[in-house]
Design a protein around this ligand. Structure first.
Ligand code: CO
Length: 134
């Protein structure tokens, strides 16, 4: 069911500073920030030869990463995103096996314009998993 690793997401307090760190110190290709109001985050993508890194900064008062940054004030790895060929089939298979899908259970359009779902970290070794339609 699982396809490629689409990205690893890192929550940060200051996306400009984190972008400068990746662009300058680490010499990576870094996108401009994109404010995704319906997701409560500003995102930057770092393109690597084999995958991407997503930097996430809280946007607005109800940001889903605000609590994470309270617990992890230096920032940290927030989720991993795997591609699936058929996100609805993947969801149904996971729900049937007892895994919990966050939110309404219906895919939302993610940062790449494709449908995404998030799976409960307690069902997956303490790791928040994002599934993205390939
Ligand atoms: Co993501």
């Amino acid at each position: 069911m699982l396809g490629r690793l689409n990205h690893v997401a890192i929550a940060v307090r200051d996306i400009a500073a984190a972008s400068a760190l990746y662009r300058g110190t680490l010499g990576a290709q870094v996108s401009e920030p994109d404010a995704l109001e319906e997701h409560g985050v500003t995102v930057v993508f770092i393109t690597l030869p084999n995958t991407k890194i997503e930097l996430l900064e809280p946007l607005g008062v109800d940001s889903p990463i605000a609590k994470f940054l309270e617990k992890n004030p230096d920032g940290g790895i927030h989720h991993v995103c795997y591609e699936v060929d058929d996100i609805l089939a993947a969801r149904d298979r996971l729900v049937n096996s007892g895994a919990r899908v966050l939110g309404s259970g219906e895919p939302k359009i993610g940062a790449h314009g494709k449908p995404v779902l998030f799976l409960h970290p307690k069902d997956f070794n303490g790791t928040l998993i994002e599934l993205e339609q390939a």
